[in-house]
Design a protein around this ligand. Structure first.
Ligand code: PEP
Length: 263
């Protein structure tokens, strides 16, 4: 089902106490908002928090029983288990009570050499273990300047996701994150975001069908913040955001959640 989602990617940030403080502040804000909204049909959008691995269990302990808040990991290994020192499997993530995993973030692609084939194995591991993959795609600046951005994103999605059947794809979320906008303070314009999201939806419709495409949640990521979120979310094919820097600031992150709720 197509959902409105705000996801927070904390990356490799926050000490344990800071992480607990962030979770506590978010909990207070979400609780009071949920209480105010109880009698209204149109509740808060879905929120997914992606803390570093060591804080998964603690975050699940706080939010595990919430209907509209989920917890996920920022990555998983492409094998079930084995001699992979320092790695974490999808099954281990699932066992913490987490429900989602980010696959193919541009930082994993560029810093750890994760290619489309490997990412397809990771999405497969995620699904096998009952995790919802949040699959990231996006072009670098040079590709956009050459006019290759639509093809680059289509290729990433074809390789990473289109091995799935309809029902499997229905269990995934896509995040379009132009690499030139991640952590740079340079946001895609609402028009740029909308045209890429529409392109992705059409690609899904052409490969599967209209229903599958219309059910897909496609998030925007890349310097989305409390100031620009409302405008980005006002686009018909933008179903929410994957938020990096601003997800570490509870007031800003909550403001982004409210912007999506009102969109
Ligand atoms: C991200 O890391 O997915 C991201 C979008 O980061 P930022 O919001 O900081 O650009």
């Amino acid at each position: 089902m197509r959902k409105k989602i705000v996801a927070g990617n904390w990356k490799m940030n926050l000490g344990q106490e800071e992480a607990s403080a962030l979770v506590g502040e978010l909990k207070d804000k979400i609780d009071s908002h949920n209480n105010r909204k109880k009698s209204q049909a149109n509740g808060m959008p879905e929120v997914i928090l992606f803390p570093p691995y060591p804080y998964l269990t603690r975050t699940v302990d706080v939010f595990g029983h919430y209907e509209n808040v989920h917890v996920g990991a920022q990555n998983c290994h492409h094998e079930e288990k084995g001699a992979y020192t320092g790695e974490v499997s999808a099954g281990m993530i699932k066992s913490t009570g987490a429900s989602h995993v980010i696959i193919g973030h541009s930082e994993r692609r560029s810093q750890f050499g994760e290619d489309d084939k490997l990412l397809a194995s990771k999405t497969s591991q995620a699904l096998k273990n009952g995790l919802t993959p949040v699959f990231c795609c996006g072009e670098v600046l040079e590709e956009r300047e050459k006019g290759d951005h639509f093809k680059v994103v289509a290729d990433q999605i074809r390789e990473g996701l289109f091995w799935m059947d309809k029902s499997q794809l229905g269990n995934a979320v896509i995040a379009y994150e132009p690499v030139w906008a991640i952590g740079t303070g340079k946001t895609a314009t609402p028009e740029q975001a909308q045209e890429m999201h529409a392109h992705i939806r059409k690609l899904i419709a052409d490969t599967y069908n209209e229903d599958v495409a219309n059910d897909m949640s496609i998030l925007y990521g890349g310097s989305c913040n409390a100031k620009n979120a409302a405008e980005l979310f006002s686009n018909p094919d933008v179903d929410g955001g994957l938020i990096g820097g601003a997800s570490l600031k509870p007031d800003d992150f909550f403001h982004i959640i409210l912007a999506l709720e009102e969109a």
